[in-house]
Every structure is written in C-alpha cells, then in structure tokens.
Design a protein around this ligand. Structure first.
Ligand SMILES: Nc1ncnc2c1ncn2[C@@H]1O[C@H](COP(=O)(O)OP(=O)(O)O)[C@@H](O)[C@H]1O
Ligand SMILES: [Mg+2]
Length: 249
C-alpha cells in the first residue's frame, strides 16, 4: 500500500448471479489510485451491481474484489465504508433529516464527537459551494435537484474516503445544472486526489470526466481504455455510443 499508481480497487474474474441468472460475468478490472474510472453502458447492463460489489453491499458469487489490496470479504464493514464514499442517483438523502445531519451521518456512525462533526459538515458544504449558514438546517425537499446532488457529494466526502463511488449522480438534472456540476466535480476530484468509480450512460460525461472508460454490455466489460481510444474503437456498442453523440452533439 501507499505507492503511486498502484491498484486501489481490483476485480478478479468477478461474477454475480441471482437464482440462476448471470448478472455480471467474469469482470476483470484494475483501478489505479487517482483515476476516474467510468462505467458506461445501457440501463440494465450491470453498472450499479458492480458498484455494490466494491463497497460490499453484495458479495460476488464468483471471483474476488480487492480494495486497497484486501479482499472485501476480509474487511471490517464499517472500516470499508469509511474508505469508500457513495453518491447515489437522486442524492439518496434522508428526507426527515436536515442537510447537516445528512452530511454528517457517516461521521456520526464512526462515533465522532459533535463539535468535530459540525465543523466538518460546514467545511464539506462550503466545498460543494453550498453556504452552510443558509443550507445546514434545511430539509432535502427545500433544495433544488442540483443542490441535493451537491449534498450527496458532500456526504460521500465527509469521512475523507480514498475512493468515491458515484451512481449516475447528475443523470436526473437539467443540462445546464449538470454541466456546471460535472466541471466542479472534475476539479474537486483532481484537487483532492480521490479515486472515483463513476457510473453513467452519457458518453459526453464519460469523455469529460474519465481517465479511462469501461464499457459494459450484458454484464461484461467489452471495452476498457482511454477516452480517445474509445472514440476510435470498432466494437459495435462503442461505435453506437460514438455515433449517437455525432448525431446529437
Ligand atoms: N438482486 C437482484 N435480483 C435479481 N436481479 C437483479 C438484482 N440486482 C440487479 N438485478 C438485475 O441485474 C441487471 C443489472 O442491474 P443493474 O446493475 O442495476 O444495471 P444498471 O445499473 O447498469 O442499470 C438488471 O437486469 C437487473 O434487473
Ligand atoms: Mg444503475
């Protein structure tokens, strides 16, 4: 551990099946520190399931997942969650908790004291450009969709995890809000030096944010490479994505 460029998340021949149905099939993936690895693919191809395997919401039915060199099944679950932040589609905020409580939840679970948690919550809200004096005591329904996604990012970063998993975090937002959040996110990840696994079905977003793109189809990775390699890939699904962008630039 600790070397630059070493693999921080690794999937070795990972498969996942539920009652005889194969959902993920022989995934092999080595994610390096500081990468923004994009999981790109159509709805139902297995992107969310792959994220869940990384932070051990589910265990693989075949193969192994390693986080920081250790099998996820060997990690203490609370420790693992401290190392991995998770941003859900639609924010995943608890509606009856204030924004401050939502952002501080992980710290609360880790048993941090109130003063430390409050200070960190304010720092995180500022980091995602939400004024703490204005937003901390509001409830999720009192925020716009874009603001709720910012809160989701703030919460995921609160315990200072090495790895952040993001599941179509900006998918439900209008184009202008989405574009500004994408730019901010790109800067944030670079400045903080986090490793991110970012799920999207939007090739624009994948090209903008990704250091590499893993293209998934029916539970398999059918392409893995840099954005510019994706553009010239002859794999049919990669071409279909690229051509759809050419038609709707
Ligand atoms: N626990 C489960 N039981 C049965 N089928 C599941 C389960 N979880 C996911 N699936 C199925 O696996 C496929 C992949 O799901 P998912 O990973 O959510 O896809 P994506 O995030 O790419 O849209 C879908 O067909 C989904 O219906
Ligand atoms: Mg999904």
């Amino acid at each position: 551990m600790g070397e630059i460029g070493e693999s921080i998340v690794e999937l070795r021949s990972v498969s996942f099946a539920v009652s005889g149905n194969t959902i993920l099939d022989d995934l092999n993936l080595s994610i390096k520190k500081g990468e923004v690895l994009i999981l790109l693919g159509e709805s139902g191809c297995g992107k969310t399931t792959t994220l869940k395997l990384i932070n051990r919401l589910i265990d693989p039915t075949g193969g192994e997942v390693f986080v920081e060199g250790r099998r996820t099944t060997d990690w203490n679950e609370i420790e693992l969650r401290r190392h991995i932040g998770y941003v859900l589609q639609e924010g995943g905020l608890f509606p009856h908790f204030t924004i401050a409580r939502n952002v501080g939840l992980t710290l609360e679970l880790l048993g941090r004291d109130r003063v430390t948690t409050d200070a960190r919550v304010r720092e995180m809200l500022s980091l995602v450009n939400l004024d703490p004096t204005k937003f901390a005591e509001r409830f999720p329904h009192e925020l716009s969709g874009g603001q709720r996604q910012r809160v989701g990012v703030a919460r995921a970063l609160a315990a200072d995890p090495d790895i952040v998993l993001l599941d179509e975090p900006f998918g439900a937002l209008d184009v202008i809000t989405r574009t500004s959040l994408q730019k901010e996110f790109a800067r944030l990840v670079r400045d903080l030096g986090k490793t991110a696994v970012f799920v999207t079905h939007d090739l624009h977003e994948a090209m903008l944010l990704g250091t590499r793109i893993a293209l998934m189809e029916k539970g398999r990775i059918v392409f893995l490479g840099k954005p510019q390699e994706f553009s010239s890939s002859q794999i049919p699904l990669a071409r279909a994505f690229t051509e759809s962008i050419a038609l709707n630039p």
